[in-house]
Write a protein of this length. Sequence first.
Length: 78
Amino acid sequence: MPSFYVNWLHAGLFAQGLVANPWGSLPQRELVSAGAQVDFKVVIFTNLESTISFGWATAYEDGDKVGTEFMASLKLLR
């Protein structure tokens, strides 16, 4: 009988920052982003291991929010 179950779950948080042109003649830019991702390792049809992932991230430039992104993916394995 085919089955579907989760083997494990992995969650991650990330953040990064960048200062562009800190000493140059052009205006300085400060960029920051942060987000999270959750991965589920699942077994489909008894022996087909796959990974389902969901993620979210947001970005800021000079303190103003410039965008939000969402991600979903499915990786099928043998």
